[in-house]
Design a protein around this ligand. Sequence first.
Ligand code: AMP
Ligand code: MG
Length: 402
Amino acid sequence: MISVAEAIEIVKQQTHVLETERVRLDQVLGRVLAEDVIADSDLPPFDRSQMDGYAVRAEDVRTAPVRLRIVGESAAGKGWHQELAEGQAVRIMTGAPVPAGADSVQQVELTHELKDGSVVELLETVEAGKSIVKRGAEIQAGEAVLSAGAKINAAMMAVLAAFGYANVQVFRKPRVAILATGTELVAVDQKPGQDQIRDSNNYSISAYAELAGAVVERMPLTGDETSLLKTQIAAATECCDLIVTSGGVSMGVYDVTKAALKELDAEIFFERVALRPGKPTVFARLPNGALVFGLPGNPVSVSVTFNLFARTALLALQGATEPTLKRETAALARAVKGTTERESYLPAQLTTNDDAELIAFPLKWGGSSDFVAFALTTALVIVPANVRSMEAGSVVNVLRLP
Ligand code: AMP
Ligand code: MG
């Protein structure tokens, strides 16, 4: 049995980055950048007004009130491109270029324009530099603004657009085959008969896989027969970089996933992790290079093990700089129990208290089959192995779930 940390390390070592491709900007949300993004211009590209008001020479407004002659107007997209002289002002809008000669902008609220529009009265003095963002103050041309390995979020879309990345070099999306074992399973549109249940794992797995940037290929339900499972796994390697199975990895007579993998000459990297829930998780590689995660069948174990291991592989395949869920610390809202030899990952919700501390509220759950309780889970509380219990108020590591 290996530790969770060792298992994650093995997953990272055995996962190779996929090739990259050029993709249109409107298609790259959620993809991982394969190039550094370089600013092709200064930001702002000219001295920019932060206010609606008047561009002036601060020197002319050392005492107030004072009247200046309005000699022009500078709007966003249509500047006034002459030089401001002593005693003059230019009416200016937010986002517009500040004319040469002006060194400050007084906001409109602190001015009074005379009726014919030829003169403005400034009611207060102005300091040089007021309400102007100098050219290049935010970003200078040539600077790297985003780094390869970042997962592109909505805010990054604006950065890519602003610097002209109409097409973006990103890593190819991994293709994932999902395959549920279990004679008891029927499809979601069927009424379960005697001894049957609906397959739910394929839906949580495909959802988590899509959140991790993968394209999902669903294989038919395979039952518990080694030969059929072998056929399906072999078919899955035709389409996919990674295969995620659920069920059939425990010690029961019908737990045939490992047997199928061995008969397919898979190289097994681990098959037991010191983890609760999710001890019998399998990680392997088939001779053609496809990676396989054999997750246990219980729905909560599936969610925990997918997010610890399969998600890491999917993000590593895409060249992500941070392929694992980030560990944070929180204070426990109530006591939890650990277990011997295995690290526990317990369902919880995160909130903050009035002192702005992060609080982990462990949920009541009925064990690794309780997928209904898990639906309310936003984070996992990590209890180290061999810790019998942790009291309310203890500081714990937590992982936010996607
Ligand atoms: P197993 O790991 O195959 O022994 O399955 C453990 C438990 O998870 C059993 O109660 C199974 O019925 C249940 N289970 C297995 N696969 C699925 C699935 N795809 N959807 C929902 N429950 C499942
Ligand atoms: Mg089973």
